[in-house]
Design a protein around this ligand. Structure first.
Ligand code: ZN
Ligand code: ZN
Length: 319
């Protein structure tokens, strides 16, 4: 690797890091952080606290704790990890779309109808959003229920304080799994819609922020990883996951384990019996519980503990 290539690599990596607040495709885009702040003010106002709003939001524990620094280090580490291991495979999604379309043509011939441009955009956006959300639920469920996957997902749950950046506190292995899921869902859905529609809408418009993501991001998605207790109307929490519902997912109380696994829609949790609504819960402490928290304090512990635990598991089995 030449000197100029190393510089370019570092620049690309750091651009990915800054993307977290400058790209509308990221949940922590500054505009969404501002709308979340407004909603946080509403919660603060209603709770009639004595401390100032700034003190409520800018808690040292939230932004400068050891747990928060693990979030920041993981964001930087994962940005470079993505550059090396994930970026090269993004084009695979387009190839999969092309192959899906080809497969459908070979199996069924040309479709007897074709969607209009408007129909394509609307149906495509809805299908992609729902399928993606459902698959996110399934993958999340697997990461909780399959012991060796849980070892990797634990890193997300080892946060003892939460800021919007905790959203991205993921082990690189989980990041990889999430990206593969995203590519497969995108490729498959795009292929099906290519088949059903003759209107060639640029694939790249699909990759932009769709109206559903925009609505989700501006309505307090950032408060899910925070101490701000924003609830939805109780009936709405059967359909959409509220910030408090995701906070319950991070609770160290065994009663709350493996609950509220949904990303945007609570429907899947409701259907599969893993739903808890805000009003069913009183106090929440974040983390894995006192004993386990001890093993996940530093960045390196979080990065390597899963491999150590999986290793121990196999070693024990053999002896
Ligand atoms: Zn989880
Ligand atoms: Zn979370």
């Amino acid at each position: 690797m030449e000197y100029s290539e190393i510089i370019e690599f570092l620049q690309d990596g750091f651009q990915l890091v800054t993307n977290y607040v400058t790209s509308p495709g990221k949940r922590t885009y500054f505009l969404y952080l501002i709308t979340s702040l407004a909603l946080a003010y509403y919660v603060y106002f209603k709770s009639k606290r004595k401390e100032s709003f700034i003190a409520y939001i800018m808690h040292k524990k939230v932004w400068l704790s050891k747990s928060a620094f693990v979030d920041y280090y993981l964001i930087i580490f994962n940005s470079f990890f993505k550059l090396i291991l994930i970026a090269p495979f993004l084009l695979f999604g387009l190839k999969l779309a092309f192959n899906t379309n080809d497969f459908l043509l070979a199996q069924f011939g040309y479709a007897s109808f074709s969607l209009t441009t408007a129909q394509t955009l609307i149906l495509y956006t809805i299908s992609l959003s729902i399928l993606n959300d459902f698959m996110t639920y399934v993958i999340h469920l697997l990461f909780h229920k399959i012991p060796f996957l849980w070892e990797f997902h634990k890193i997300h749950h080892s946060a003892t304080s939460m800021s919007p950046f905790t959203q991205y506190r993921l082990h690189p292995i989980e990041l990889l799994a999430n990206n593969i899921k995203g590519i497969l869902v995108f490729g498959f859905t795009t292929g099906v819609f290519d088949y059903l529609s003759e209107h060639q809408i640029s694939k790249w418009t699909y990759l932009g922020v769709n109206v559903f993501s925009f609505a989700f991001y501006t309505w307090g998605a950032n408060l899910r990883h925070s101490h701000v207790k924003l609830k939805f109307f109780s009936f709405l929490e059967y359909i959409f996951i509220s910030p408090v519902q995701h906070q319950v997912h991070h609770s160290d109380n065994p009663k709350h384990f493996d609950k509220n696994l949904g990303s945007r829609l609570a429907l899947w949790d409701w259907m599969f019996g893993t739903l808890i609504r805000s009003k069913q819960v009183e106090k929440i402490t974040f983390g894995l519980g006192k004993e386990d928290n001890k093993n996940y304090v530093s960045f390196f512990q979080n990065l390597f503990m899963p491999f150590k635990n999986i290793g121990n598991f196999f070693f024990r089995k053999k002896s």
